[in-house]
Ligand binder design. Structure first.
Ligand code: UD1
Ligand code: PEP
Length: 418
């Protein structure tokens, strides 16, 4: 298994270009199952999850006509298989996004219960409830969700709590259902709104993207997708923290600051200097870091996917920060690894009390999930001495060429291949 080695203590300087959003491209790829032609998606990040989902779509019958650079042309005219097998689904949460489209397009689906980051139980009961409301018959058998739907019918459904991929799954099924569907208490993340826009440009009739209620008029077919993926807000936030934690000066370009408001606010509170452009943020820090408290929330709150990176930053603040994780019940696995580097973190249920220390020291640490891994890279960049991070396949799931981007900013970081 590959490792990443970092010699810390160098302030990062320069410009970094943000890639397309992993959590936006995955639903857009799954949505190609709903159309019956040549779909074209650009600004795709070359990350492991994308490659895995493309493989899964090919297994279902899609044909990759070309996948060069950041552009894919995927023909979904012939879908001959309705089974998403364990081997392809186990590593990635987003693979469950084929369930709604398969039911809508083929009237049947067998999808292995999804994997993804081990940050909580992550049930998919709300996906199932929503699809059942549209008339699908679903059961869990042998580790698979098995479903049939002769014809999906529009319905009114209220999610018990908000779910990002759950909203996407039910929305994708509803666009080809008979009649009107009203989905209440839906997720408002930009990735959900983007998916609704992409589908609308294919002929779907979805109103309410970005609000907590979606009203969907079913249509009989969709034209192929042509879309460009918007910038990854989590990657952007990660590089902003990299600049801040190393006391550097970095221009983060090709990003959308409006997707990052709570993070920008907290960085300012922490004493980081920010200069915002329309599609960029310059991040500088010369003074000390101040402690700040954060509470993760669904969008537009502070994203849980940035909690681990922010915790790394707060380990070096002058004082005590309280970090509360409300979205996932087990998303503090990075705390134990940060402590190996000298951080002072006390966990109490959903809360982490982080008391800033003067310095972190390089250490061997283990990546446990995607954003936890990013937080260890960030801590390693700031630490004295060498940090060796193992199990970095987690990073490869969601960050495009992270070592190259960090190296270009002046980090002493290298991958040791197994
Ligand atoms: C591929 C992708 O886009 N992943 C993102 C997506 O994950 P994902 O879509 O899995 O996250 P959800 O929004 O569904 O999860 C939110 C909470 O709802 C719970 N829940 C969810 C579904 C369900 O049927 N029942 C249930 O109880 C989950 O366990 C969790 O506690 O949104 C998360 C929250 O912003 C992000 O951290 C992930 O990066
Ligand atoms: C948790 C994440 O991914 P997944 O939902 O695929 O596990 C993430 O992107 O931070």
């Amino acid at each position: 298994m590959d490792k990443i080695c970092i010699e810390g203590g160098r302030p990062l300087k320069g410009t970094v270009r943000i890639s397309g959003a992993k959590n936006a491209v995955l639903p857009a790829l799954a949505a190609t199952l709903l159309t019956g032609g040549k779909n074209e998606i650009t600004n795709i990040p070359r990350v492991r999850d994308v490659l895995t989902l493309v493989k899964l779509l090919e297994d279902l019958g899609c044909k990759t006509e070309s996948f060069e650079g950041d552009r894919i042309v995927l023909d979904s005219a012939q879908i001959h298989n309705h089974k998403a097998p364990y081997d392809l689904v186990k590593t990635m949460r987003a693979s469950c996004l084929v369930l709604g489209p398969l039911l809508a397009r083929l009237g049947k689906a067998e999808v292995s219960l999804p994997g993804g980051c081990a940050i909580g139980a992550r049930p998919i009961d709300l996906h199932i409830k929503g699809l059942r409301a549209l008339g699908a018959e679903l059961r869990i058998e042998g580790g698979y969700i098995k479903g049939r739907a002769d014809k999906l019918k529009g319905a009114r459904f209220c999610f018990d709590s908000t779910t990002v991929t759950g909203t996407m799954n039910v929305m994708m099924a509803a666009v080809l259902a008979d009649g009107e569907t009203i989905l209440e208490n839906v997720a408002r993340e930009p990735e959900v709104t983007f998916l609704a826009d992409v589908l609308n440009r294919c002929g779907a009739k979805i109103e309410g993207g970005g609000t907590d209620t979606l009203v969907i008029q079913g249509v009989s077919s969709l034209k192929p997708i042509h879309c460009a993926i918007f910038p990854d807000r989590i990657e952007a936030a990660t590089y902003m923290v990299a600049a801040a934690i190393t006391g550097g000066d970095v221009e983060v370009t090709h990003c959308l600051p409006q997707h990052l408001e709570p993070v920008l606010l907290k960085m300012k509170e922490a004493g980081v200097e920010l200069t915002e452009g329309d599609h960029s943020v310059r991040v500088r820090r010369s003074g000390s870091l101040q402690p700040t408290n954060i509470i993760t929330q669904p969008y537009p709150g502070f994203a849980t996917d940035i909690q681990a990176q922010f915790m790394a930053l707060m380990t070096l603040a002058e004082g005590q920060s309280v970090i509360t994780e409300t979205v996932f019940e087990n998303r503090f696995l990075h705390a134990a690894e940060l402590k190996r580097m000298g951080a002072n973190i006390l966990l109490d249920g959903h809360t982490a009390i982080v008391t800033g220390v003067k310095k972190l020291s390089g250490a061997p640490v283990m990546a446990t999930d995607l954003r936890a891994s990013a937080s260890l890279v960030l801590a390693g960049l700031a630490a004295e001495g060498e940090t060796v991070i193992s199990r970095v396949y987690h990073i490869d799931r969601g960050y495009e060429t992270m070592e190259d981007k960090m190296s270009r900013l002046g980090a002493a970081i290298r991958r040791v291949r197994a």
